[in-house]
Design a binder for this molecule. Structure first.
Ligand SMILES: O=P(O)(O)OC[C@H]1O[C@H](OP(=O)(O)OP(=O)(O)O)[C@H](O)[C@@H]1O
Ligand SMILES: Nc1ncnc2[nH]cnc12
Length: 178
């Protein structure tokens, strides 16, 4: 399936999780076997061409695509977790969301110094999550040059913010006007 076909598998839900937010829901895409496989395949092609040596994915929706891409490439996966989930000493960072604030944590020992890690997530909106993840991974010694998404909401400016932070950004589809 082409990225254009995949776009039809994304469900749009108004006023979730807060009034005024148009939620782009991947539940319908990942329930579709061919759709899920195609989305992972397109992301993996792009990660491979960027020379990714490891994949980092953000809890929770980033785990679905990130881990699948890592398996496809035969590389490891770094879980970027919500707070209090990892059983070891972590490094963490607070960040703003389209609809609130949150915190991310990683186990810095999951990363080799200089390792080229690509970030994979389902969606980029303001870019706060991906910027926070990139900052954390870089603090742990990774080289973070690439961020790959299924969905870009360009009007929220996240991809531009990431590019300004030195990341190459790619997404399978965009919803202008979000
Ligand atoms: O570009 P941003 O404005 O930072 O928004 C994008 C992030 O928001 C969503 O995750 P959310 O924090 O809702 O968590 P979830 O995956 O657990 O649903 C989405 O999966 C991205 O990680
Ligand atoms: N509009 C949106 N739809 C789905 N996930 C999101 N994460 C942040 N903004 C979102």
């Amino acid at each position: 399936m082409s990225p254009d076909d995949l776009k039809h598998l994304v469900r749009s839900v108004p006023d979730f999780p807060a009034p005024g937010v148009l939620f782009r829901d991947i539940t319908t895409l990942i329930a579709h076997g061919d759709g899920l496989r195609a989305a992972v395949g397109h992301l993996a092609d792009r990660a491979r061409s960027r020379g990714a040596e490891s994949i980092a994915g953000m809890e929770a929706r980033g785990f679905i695509f990130g881990a699948a891409v890592a398996i496809e490439l035969g590389v490891g996966f770094v879980p970027v977790r919500k707070p209090g989930k990892l059983p070891v000493a972590t490094i963490g960072i607070d960040y703003d969301l389209e609809y609130g604030t949150d915190r991310l944590e990683i186990d810095p020992t999951a990363i080799r110094p200089g390792q080229r890690i690509a970030i994979v997530d389902d969606l980029i909106a303001t870019g706060g999550t991906a910027l926070a993840a990139a900052a954390l991974l870089r603090r742990a010694g990774a080289t973070v040059a690439d961020a790959l998404f299924v969905i870009d909401l360009p009007d929220l400016g996240g991809a531009e913010r990431l590019r300004a932070a030195g990341l190459a950004v790619d997404a399978l589809m965009a919803f202008p006007g979000h």
